[in-house]
Ligand binder design. Structure first.
Ligand code: PRP
Ligand code: URA
Length: 213
């Protein structure tokens, strides 16, 4: 795969360990959901290591008063791409419980693999926030590209996209279409099959999170 300045592929030992369990077809729905959340929390730690709006706050320790930087209130929004992105929301909420959540509903047409929009509700003021767009699967990149375009149309200027598993063609498509968006992927898989599924992948993430099909 080409290399891009706006793409980070984690390949972190702790995340890889969890992804092995996530991929396993025998992993239960409960464990699958928990792993998605845990991996998301680990990814968020790195994804937010720079460029986060911070303010100074005075804190009184048992010994003295000091000034400490903290994340600015109301400065981060989470936007899952429905359905599977929903599974990642709690993994960020454990770090920022008050982050507002917007929802973008997209499903892939099974024949054309093109995304179809069916829902969009975004928190007020999202254009001034750091937006964490989340979806566990980045396959052809169509859904991520459309979701980013929808956010930009609403005025969002600071968007980071997190996916757990990415295919090379999807990562390239999003990176080229949106060079201003930072893309974080836990693991780079081999390719897509003829139905647009990631190989080796983990199957249909939405079905495995919600127990459908
Ligand atoms: C899956 C996944 C992504 C999309 C990725 O959703 O969660 O949103 O496919 O594929 P792409 O990169 O080729 O667009 P799906 O459309 O299956 O909907 P679901 O989450 O409701 O199951
Ligand atoms: N969506 C999924 O849930 N899995 C894939 O492999 C590709 C798209």
């Amino acid at each position: 795969m080409k290399s891009f300045d706006n793409v980070t592929i984690f390949n972190h030992p702790l995340i890889n360990h969890k992804i092995a369990i996530l991929r396993d077809e025998k992993t239960s729905m409960k464990e699958f959901r928990e792993l998605i959340e845990e991996i998301t929390t680990l990814m968020t730690y790195d994804c937010l290591k720079e460029g986060v709006p911070m303010v100074e706050k005075e804190v009184k320790t048992p010994l003295e008063v000091c000034t400490q930087t903290v994340v600015k209130d109301n400065s981060i929004a989470i936007v899952p791409i429905l359905r599977a992105g929903l599974g990642m929301v709690n993994g960020i909420h454990v770090l920022f419980p008050s982050a507002k959540v917007g929802h973008i509903g997209l499903y892939r047409n099974e024949e054309t693999l093109e995304p179809c929009e069916y829902y969009c509700k975004l928190p007020e003021g999202i254009e001034d926030k750091l937006v964490l767009l989340v979806d566990p699967m980045l396959a052809t990149g169509g859904s991520a590209c459309d979701a980013i375009a929808m956010l930009k149309k609403r005025g969002c200027k600071n968007i980071r996209f997190m996916a757990i598993i990415g295919a090379p063609e999807g990562i390239e498509r999003v990176a080229e279409a949106h060079p201003d968006v930072k893309i974080y992927v836990s693991t780079l898989d081999r390719c897509l099959n003829e139905h647009g599924y990631i190989l080796p992948g983990l199957g249909d993430a939405g079905d495995r999170i919600f127990g459908t099909k």
